[in-house]
Write a protein that binds this ligand. Structure first.
Ligand code: SF4
Ligand code: SF4
Length: 269
């Protein structure tokens, strides 16, 4: 922990960055929340322990955060992969942010100032579902088509359209989301079965092959809907169909960005 605090102080004192995005204890001390550290002595309040699971990359593209100046960010492997995916979507430039990469066991902190260094870092840590998520996904996979449809419909029926999932997702960065369009209105505003289904299908398709499975959307959902399982399932489909995996490279192609003349679907030609 001291290693991280010292690194943050050093970067701020030298003026290398103007703010560092990290974690501090929440008001109940049982949770962690984001910290925007702008003065060297504020580094004292940083924490790095099992409470710190949120994907902080979600803050990197917020206009008010960009105004803080050059940023450094504390990044567990999932956050590091998110940064690479944002780079591959031309949302971050090389050198724009200094990544303070935290090893999977949370002990070592390494300064990663380039995408090349970041790619090496994420290449060393396995990515994927937790054991609990694997069990739930296998259960959903084991259902018949009708049962699976009924499962997701019953999950979506509980949605109250608060859009906390969208706010939490680092890959939902459009300045104007389709759900806010009212001329024409593609997706009804109020929560009801059909509108909920449209919202979740649109969300899942927009994230197909781009989801890093940080689980931040499911964690943010006040109704406990396991949204990340749907986008992670689509990630598996994208990998099988296009060989595309999100978050491995700053220049990698992802399913929604590719065009191949030899695509197996004839409509594309
Ligand atoms: S798990 Fe959820 S929040 Fe994280 S990248 Fe995927 S869709 Fe976005
Ligand atoms: S966070 Fe949950 S309740 Fe809110 S819009 Fe997303 S799925 Fe619906």
């Amino acid at each position: 922990m001291e290693e991280l605090k010292n690194k943050v102080r050093e970067l701020l004192k030298a003026g290398t960055v103007q703010a560092v995005i990290g974690y501090r204890a929440g008001s109940d001390e049982k949770t962690a929340r984001v910290a925007f550290v702008r003065q060297p002595d504020e580094a004292d309040g940083l924490i790095l322990d099992p409470r710190c699971t949120d994907n902080l990359a979600v803050y990197l593209l917020k206009p008010e955060v960009k105004l803080l100046g050059k940023l450094a960010i504390v990044a567990r492997p999932t956050t590091a992969r998110t940064i690479l995916q944002l780079a591959s979507e031309n949302q971050l430039a090389d050198g724009q942010v200094i990544v303070l990469g935290v090893s999977a066991d949370g002990k070592a902190v390494v300064e990663l100032a380039s995408f090349e260094a970041l790619e090496k870092f994420v290449g060393q840590v396995p990515a994927g579902l937790t054991e609990e998520e694997k069990v739930l996904l296998a259960k959903i996979e084991g259902m018949s088509r009708e049962e699976r449809w009924a499962f997701w419909q019953s999950e979506f029926a509980r949605c109250i359209k608060c859009y906390a999932c969208r706010a939490a997702c680092p890959m939902c960065y459009c300045s104007r989301c389709i759900v806010e369009s009212n001329q024409p209105q593609w997706i009804p505003v109020s929560p009801h079965d059909e509108g909920n289904l449209e919202w979740h299908l649109v969300r899942a398709m927009h994230l197909a092959g781009r989801c890093l499975n940080c689980g931040f959307c499911a964690k943010a959902c006040p109704m406990g809907i396991p949204l990340n399982l749907l986008t992670q399932r689509l990630a598996e489909e994208a990998k099988a169909a296009f060989g595309a995996v999100a978050g491995g490279s700053a220049t990698g192609e992802y399913a929604l960005s590719m065009f191949k003349a030899d695509d197996k679907e004839g409509f594309i030609r």
